[in-house]
Design a protein. Sequence first.
Length: 287
Amino acid sequence: MTFAGAGLDRAAGERGRPEWVRARREEPEARALLLSERGVWMEDGRLLLVRPDDGAVFLGLASGVPVFAAHLGDEAPAHGTPAGLREAATELPADDAALAAYAASLLGWHRRHRFCANCGQPTEPRDAGHERYCPACGTHHFPRTDPVVIVRVTDGLRLLLGRKAAWPERRYSVLAGYVEPGEALEDAVRREIREEAGVEVLSTSYLASQPWPFPSSLMLGFHAHAAGGEPRPNDVELADVRWFEAAEVEAAAAESGEVFLPPPFTIARRLIDGWLATAAQASGRPG
Ligand SMILES: [Zn+2]
């Protein structure tokens, strides 16, 4: 899954000791990837890697090599080219894309949490960049990950897809929404599908997840079977929602149909492609 599996040893037991982090930073092989307002910096189809400076956060050890990340703000390095994360996801090898997503989520959190949410005073980084601490009131702040359920709803033969008003014309995808306080994931699945599409679901099952660094979500992929209700866009977010036959989705996947699907690096597309493969198997056609 794109953006997942950075495959690092995050060294959570050691990174809290500043002298240990300093020693890793000073290792000759230590490297830092760079982000700026313009995106993640690349060179020759890989991440641009430089010596880590004092402000870099520690990501982990890649086969023993210390990997850091730094944010340049509106500055630019001496070489390389910047790319947005969506573009980087399609151009970088999977392990580089995963590192870029991890770094973007962590560094973005630092940039948005420079002041204490409890007392308003400046906070300072701790734990090699995996915590911020407020010296004024003693509050510890930790990086956020926001859970989002993304749901493949089927009635057995058809797939439920919706189109957000803000999306390009004819782009359809599976439905998704943030988990709210006090909800189990299954509750969030039922509520989202009822709210957005007016469809009741039962027998939800978990399939897979994808870190989604825009800025720091975790997409939790579910399959759900529709129990009733005719789809109609209840939510102001959705311009349309309806059932799609397998043939219609297949044509869209082959980019020869009336509608467009999300790009291949997204969990949304993986859920849709997985359903197509099952539908093809059920009908005896090659998937
Ligand atoms: Zn405070």
